[in-house]
Design a protein around this ligand. Structure first.
Ligand code: 5AD
Ligand code: SF4
Length: 466
């Protein structure tokens, strides 16, 4: 496995220093605006982008209009995320015309696709920097180049790098996101991720533990370990480490009281992992186990490598070991060739498993993936109808699952003021359910006991009982 060499790290530090001097000489301290699209992995990448910007002397603003530097960190998983970025980029043309010294950068998964990078280069001339997921660490150099030469691009595809040693400027949250691996080897036929994020590469146990200890020392009580498929963590390392063993190591870090992880591919979930989860109180009893669909015929076309029965066996095992586990999943409706009969199989798996919550998507064609060449049989309207029916059905299940929490006392990590009602605090139970309750903002970061007094479909309402 290739890593960033010391020379590259030295080079990066040199450019950070150079940019810092430029920014120190500016008449007013420059402000950056970083917008993130997509998943937790992207959010973590943005935290590292912000870390580098901070090291370069940038301050941060909440509104793109006030910024001297705008960076969009993009997602390629579905087309609507891309359309949103194009729309927002179009709107920035105006801003750049009024403020020519403004620097606009687009990075992340979307521009790792060649046709998109080309489109931005040719049609969005007001964009100064384009860099892919593999070139994240080169931001300081690209920024210096864009300032000197007008534009800078790096969307090369290379698989081997892991970026260690980049400052992370974490979002305001008591939960620290820690990547344990990058990339994906699974090539589900609908998914662009393996093409834009490259092959699986695991961080060493030492690097992960070092970062967990750092966040514990900063006062974080909860960590979220990230990977496209955390269950295959360590397969590319030579020390025989598994994800379950890594989890046990993370459990030994003082100060960390809760550990979550995302995402688990069902085909790789091991008995060892279920056992480790069940016997460690620090590991949250929450499992996100994407099933994608309930029909064996479609699962095969998706290249998911499990059958409906095998998936249900895993759910049974997990629930036997942890009866209180909160289970969530991802579902794709309208995969090419999906019939109404296949869709009914998805409805029946929802009925059978009774997930606490699902993340549901209508299939979106991704250029370059095998599914993009497969024939469709349902109309867009039929797919939408099925989708709406499924969401309504799951809402009933979610509400019913939440009803069981009424009157219960739950330990909640306070995440801060509720975004929808600032009179309330918001936090999560061990199982990851959102709870809103009255309290002081200063409690953010603490774990408090909350009695659940009211149930909603998506969240719980409660009162502190300490
Ligand atoms: N269309 C719709 N949903 C998709 N996902 C991944 N690729 C696509 C696509 N082309 C969904 C899967 C995955 C989640 C992160 O996004 O359900 O688990
Ligand atoms: Fe995409 Fe499948 Fe990899 Fe998940 S496991 S990132 S759905 S290819």
């Amino acid at each position: 496995m290739e890593k960033l060499t010391n020379i590259e790290i030295e080079k990066q530090r040199g450019y950070i220093q150079k940019m810092r001097l430029v920014n120190e000489r500016a008449t007013s301290s420059p402000k950056a605006f970083v917008e993130t699209y997509g998943c937790a992995q992207n959010e973590n990448d943005s935290e590292r982008i912000s870390g580098m910007l901070f090291d370069m002397g940038y301050g941060f603003c909440e509104d793109a209009k006030d910024a001297d530097l705008i960076i969009y960190n993009t997602c390629a998983v579905r087309e609507n995320a891309e359309l949103r970025v194009f729309g927002n980029l179009g709107a920035l043309k105006h801003l750049k015309a009024k403020k020519p010294e403004l620097i606009i950068g687009v990075c992340g998964c979307m521009v790792q696709q060649e046709h998109i990078a080309e489109q931005i280069k040719k049609k969005y001339k007001h964009v100064d920097m384009v860099f892919g997921t593999h070139a994240l660490w080169r931001l300081p150099e690209l920024l210096a180049e864009a300032m000197e030469n007008g534009r800078a691009f790096d969307v090369h595809t290379s698989d081997g790098e892991i970026f260690e040693g980049i400052t992370t400027k974490r979002e305001k949250s008591p939960l620290a996101k820690i990547p344990i691996m990058y990339g994906c080897n699974n090539f589900c036929t609908y998914c662009i991720v393996p093409y834009v994020r490259g092959r699986e590469r695991s961080r060493t146990v030492d690097s992960v533990l070092k970062e967990v200890r750092e966040v514990a020392a900063l006062g974080y009580k909860e960590v979220m370990l990230l990977g496209q498929n955390v269950n295959s963590y360590g397969n590319d390392l030579s020390d025989g480490i598994s994800f379950a063993k890594l989890l046990e190591e993370v459990c030994t870090v003082d100060g960390i009281e809760r550990i979550r992880f995302m995402t688990s591919h069902p085909k790789d979930i091991s008995d060892e992992l279920i056992c480790v989860m069940a016997r460690n109180d620090k590991i949250c009893k929450q499992l996100h186990l994407p099933v994608q669909c309930g029909s064996d015929r479609i699962l095969k076309k998706m290249n998911r490598s499990y059958t409906r029965d095998k998936y249900l066996d895993i759910v049974r095992k997990v629930r036997q070991a942890m009866p209180d586990i909160v289970l969530t999943t991802d579902i794709i409706v309208g995969f090419p060739g999906e019939t109404n009969e296949d869709f009914e199989e998805t409805m029946s798996i929802l009925r059978e498993v009774e997930y606490d919550m699902i993340f549901s998507f209508i299939y979106s064609k991704r250029k370059g993936t095998p599914a993009a060449e497969m024939e469709d049989c349902l109309s867009a309207e039929e797919k939408h109808q099925n989708f709406e029916r499924m969401v309504a059905f799951q809402n009933e299940i979610s509400k019913r699952k939440n009803d069981a929490y009424l009157g219960r006392c739950e330990k909640v990590l306070v995440e801060g003021l509720s975004k929808t009602n600032p009179k309330f605090l918001s936090g999560r139970t061990d199982g990851g359910k959102i709870v809103n309750f009255r309290g002081e903002e200063g409690m953010t970061g603490e774990i408090v006991n909350v009695r659940i007094t009211e149930i909603k479909t998506w969240s719980l309402i409660g009162e502190i009982i300490d």
